[in-house]
Design a protein around this ligand. Structure first.
Ligand code: ZN
Length: 451
């Protein structure tokens, strides 16, 4: 377990944080299996929650002979964690008794019900969770000399706290907070502190760049050398979001993904590959309908097992995310052996089936972010039109677009979407300033088919 200790190197050519990043695949798979056996044995002994759940499903730890046997363990759903916490507040039965005192909590956003709490001991937080994030920071090139600004509100959003603490306690760089700052104050502070690394959601960092430009500040002139995104689908899933951010801030963009319940799932290397934290977590991609494993590299729902945390580990947790697949075969030029995540395509239920075509929300986002005439403010809805489903896309054009051109922008966007998905979508142009601006996770998609 690596507890807080600043890495005493300023050698930026020392590009790997952890030996796990370079482990031969066979060795890594053995490590994953050994860790799974240990974790399952530990939980069988200590956790009434898991023992009851597994006994009910007829699973016994001794049945784990190969990694494939993990499929005998029943899936864990977010709802189960929530119910457990309602029954035994605040942490629920999933918190392993006797696993140490809680020194930190995270919480889900609560958009789908009462927020789920994620408790951490110091060992789990610094020794495992921050370890999952710091290697991504290191891969991006964050070093002791950097000044980092985390452009987030001070929410119980662990994705922010983990990288914040990793910068301060492991890398040793200065982190400038700024929870409640408005965008102009933030820009002034970025300048004053000579911030070199900027963190935030893609949505907010594009908004911040737009505010800068509106106030006569070229964001690329501020000296930011790295933009790090998390909290929503970034460059690893929506490549044109990465292109926009790079253009706006004039620097390289790196992306982290994860869920509140797990750890950092992936982070991008200098090649733009999203590498999975496979020594800390075990990943499965399953068919959303049958729960069977899909062939390697194929899309499906992401299920994650925490191999390391001891207080509130998730075992076969259904993240609710649909991914484009996991590629363990193609070697990355960066030298890391950790598999690559081929990106997220949306949440389960966010895939809209229209006329037999599956449309992902990130697919729509990629088209819109690839068009210069579109601003960063847009939303899309799935609606029932008689017997058929349809997709409506509403967007604000760029502020400098003449209203006389809006109709041609509308036609262009509709044409691009038709070209990408081979179906017609209703495109509506709305005046700049009409749609909401988000500062953490943007909620752009609404499924109104059932309402
Ligand atoms: Zn790589």
């Amino acid at each position: 377990m690596r507890m807080p200790k600043i890495k005493e190197t300023t050698n930026i050519h020392c590009k790997y944080w952890s030996v796990a990043e370079l482990m031969p695949r066979e060795e890594l798979q053995k490590l994953q299996f050994d860790r799974l056996v240990e974790q399952v044995g530990y939980l069988w002994e200590k956790s009434g929650f898991y023992r009851q759940k597994w006994q009910k499903a007829g699973f016994l730890p001794k049945r784990l002979k190969t990694m494939e046997d993990i499929r005998q363990i029943p899936i864990l759903k977010k709802e189960e964690i929530r119910i457990s916490q309602e029954t035994e507040p605040p942490y629920g039965m999933m918190r392993v008794p006797g696993s140490g005192s809680i020194s930190r909590i995270a919480m889900t956003s609560g958009t789908t019900g009462e927020p789920v709490l994620i408790p951490f001991t110091k060992e789990d937080y610094f020794g495992v969770f921050c370890e999952g994030g710091v290697r991504g920071l290191w891969a991006a090139g964050v070093r002791k000399e950097d000044v980092v600004h985390a452009a987030f509100g001070f929410l119980p959003f662990v994705g922010l706290h983990g990288v914040y603490d990793a910068c301060e306690h492991f890398i040793g760089s200065l982190v400038v907070p700024g929870g409640a700052w408005d965008s102009m104050l933030r820009l002034r502070m970025i300048k004053k502190f000579k911030v070199t690394v900027l963190m935030g959601t893609p949505t907010y960092l594009l908004h911040l760049a737009a505010v800068a430009a509106e106030n006569g500040i070229d964001p690329a002139s501020l000296g930011i050398r790295l933009v790090l995104t998390t909290g929503e689908c970034g460059s690893a899933s929506v490549s044109n979001t990465g292109v926009r951010l790079e253009k706006a801030w004039g620097c390289k963009v790196f992306d982290f993904s994860g869920t509140q319940e797990t750890n950092y799932i992936s982070w991008t290397c200098e090649e733009g590959t999203a590498h999975l934290n496979e020594d800390l977590l075990y990943f499965e991609v399953l068919d959303p309908e049958t729960n069977e494993a899909v062939p390697p590299g194929e899309p499906g729902k992401l299920v994650v097992t925490d191999l390391m945390q001891k207080t509130h580990p998730v075992i076969r947790f259904e993240t609710g995310d649909i991914v484009a697949g996991i590629d363990s075969e193609t070697k990355c030029a960066c030298g890391r052996t950790l598999s690559r995540l081929k990106g997220y395509t949306g949440r389960v239920g966010d895939i809209i089936k229209v006329k037999g075509v599956c449309v992902s929300v990130t697919g729509i986002e990629n088209v819109l972010r690839g068009l210069d005439c579109c601003s960063d403010n847009y939303e899309y809805m799935a609606l029932r039109d008689g017997e058929k489903d349809k997709i409506v896309v509403r967007l604000e054009p760029n502020k400098d677009a003449d209203p006389g051109c809006w109709e041609s922008i509308r036609r262009q966007v509709a044409e691009e979407l038709r070209g990408a998905f081979m179906i017609n979508m209703d495109v509506e142009i709305v005046a700049p300033g009409t749609l909401p601006v988000f500062d953490l996770k943007a909620k752009r998609f609404r499924d109104l088919r059932k309402s």
